[in-house]
Design a protein around this ligand. Structure first.
Ligand code: SAH
Ligand code: SF4
Ligand code: F3S
Length: 457
């Protein structure tokens, strides 16, 4: 049977989609490998320009493999395939790609792959000339959007003890810089029963921690199959909190515009819900937020942070920030700096604004010069790092519950794990502890991680 490798760019949604692709291929008898695979699948991301670049760079390398071995198959999928200018470019410059599919038909991929092999067997290997003149891929199917959610697909998980669970797909928010609503379609929530069944199954299989995924989990509205009632995100959290065997619940991402009081309260009431929240602010300036179509102001955001910290003592807060959004003035940028100082985030992802074709902001005329973006970016990162460093320093001396993820990639004898607050902790210990929740006393800290030692209960 043939072997495959998946190369994934992008967010947790894409990582999880890759787990599903892997699960489906495994079910059909394909084996996963990192060494000379027969099939490579590239799962792409459109969020920023460097994700685009990495994709085309990888394709360039694979072309050499393809020339040396015509039996080799290259399949591409993910968010970039939902953009017409990308598929057009692929047709023109990379017609040797074998299978192309989008974000709405992952479930069709194993059949498409087999169809491709059958066509190849029937049509014979294409000559270089045929490939150049074809301007067609062997098999491609991309849909604009679909109402249905396909349930019951297998997933090959990266970890035995923790797992991603999609609760909804798509996004309706149309932030003016963002490509996701165009590549992932409109919001669709899964039925709560389907989510609960999946998590029950995972827990029975030894999974201790689930991360509920959605571009904006706070707008989850799942219709119950039992009585037709609509569940919101907090209803789902309360129900999951009751599941036996499950120990931790996380979620990503929560849009600041609609974080409900009930959800904030749930942190105190649901012991499995981890004390951690990712709340992308994007900018500290209300005027920039307005141009971004984020639907909240600086003041509203800060008020929610205050409420969260008051109701959930010790909660860790992380964020995403975009630097150099079109028209961002020095004063507006300084408002982002002051917000960052005021909130003092546990961690942050900072991005240079990258114009995405097809989004409103890409058309704005007041684009910020690259050097200004970079200069602002560096100033912001310094402040963010100071914040993370001081938040981490407060952990020294504390005993934390840590879910052990695995051995450290660099240092032998060292294990890595995560606290409830999603802090990365390194400590000495035997590999048998992987997948267990243990007590670790924090002995030192730095900007991105903590160091500790195992202590007994
Ligand atoms: N749904 C999530 C974000 C998903 S995209 C939310 O709304 O919070 C992850 C992050 O990428 C965003 O939070 C944003 O900070 C960044 N991002 C999105 N589009 C971008 C662009 N065009 N340029 C730079 N960063 C961008
Ligand atoms: Fe993009 Fe905004 Fe939707 Fe997040 S909420 S995915 S940033 S459009
Ligand atoms: Fe990228 Fe698509 Fe995720 S654009 S960030 S992989 S939803």
């Amino acid at each position: 049977m043939k072997s495959y490798q998946i190369i994934t760019f992008g967010c947790q949604m894409n990582e999880h989609d890759s787990e599903v692709i892997s699960g489906m291929l495994t079910q059909r008898g394909y084996t996963e490998t990192e060494q000379n695979p027969d099939i490579v699948i590239i799962n792409t991301c459109s969020i920023r320009e460097n994700a685009d670049k990495r994709f085309f760079g990888t394709l360039g390398q694979l072309k050499k493999v393809k020339i040396a071995n015509p039996d080799f198959a290259v399949c591409v999928c993910g968010c970039m395939m939902q953009q017409e200018h990308i598929t057009k470019k692929l047709r023109q410059s990379y017609p040797w790609v074998d299978v192309v599919f989008g974000t709405h038909n992952i479930h069709e991929f194993p059949d498409m792959l087999e169809e491709m092999f059958e066509r190849r067997a029937a049509e014979g290997e294409w000559t270089v000339k045929q490939v150049r003149s074809s301007k067609e891929f062997r098999v491609d199917r991309i849909y604009e959007d679909r109402d249905e959610i396909v349930e019951g697909l297998p997933a090959k998980r990266l970890f035995g003890h923790k797992s991603f669970v999609n609760i909804m797909y798509g996004c309706n928010n149309f932030c003016t810089y963002c490509i996701v609503p165009y590549t992932r379609g409109r919001e669709k929530s899964r039925h709560p029963e389907d989510i609960l069944d999946e998590v029950r199954g995972l827990a029975a299989d030894g999974v201790k921690e689930v991360t509920l995924l959605g571009q904006n989990v706070n707008s989850y509205r799942g219709k119950s199959k039992a009585d037709g009632k609509t569940w919101d995100f907090t209803d789902l959290i309360y129900a999951l909190n009751e599941l036996e065997g499950l120990e931790r619940i996380r979620f990503m991402t929560s849009h600041p515009k609609d974080l409900s009081d009930r959800l904030i309260e749930a942190f105190g009431k649901c012991e499995k819900l981890c004390n951690y929240i990712h709340r992308p602010v994007q900018s500290g300036s209300s005027s920039v937020l307005k141009r971004m179509n984020r639907k909240y102001t600086r003041e509203q955001y800060l008020e929610l942070v205050r409420k969260l910290r008051e109701t959930v003592p010790g909660i860790a807060i992380s964020t995403d920030i975009i630097v150099g959004f079109p028209g961002e003035t020095e004063e507006e940028f300084e408002e982002t700096l002051s917000l960052a100082k005021e909130v003092c985030y546990d961690s942050a992802f900072t991005f240079l604004y990258s114009p995405r074709q097809g989004t409103p902001a890409a058309e704005y005329e007041d684009q910020i010069p690259e050097e200004v973006k970079h200069e602002r970016f560096n100033r912001l990162v310094d402040i963010m790092n100071e914040g993370s460093k001081s938040r981490n320093a407060a952990y020294v001396g504390r005993v934390c519950r840590v879910l052990v993820d695995g051995p450290d990639k660099k240092e032998s004898g060292i294990l890595n794990g995560r606290t409830e607050e999603f802090k990365l902790v390194d400590f000495e210990g035997p590999e048998e502890l992987v997948g267990q929740i243990i007590n670790v006393k924090i002995t030192s800290s730095n900007t991105f991680s903590l160091r500790g030692e195992i202590v007994n209960d």
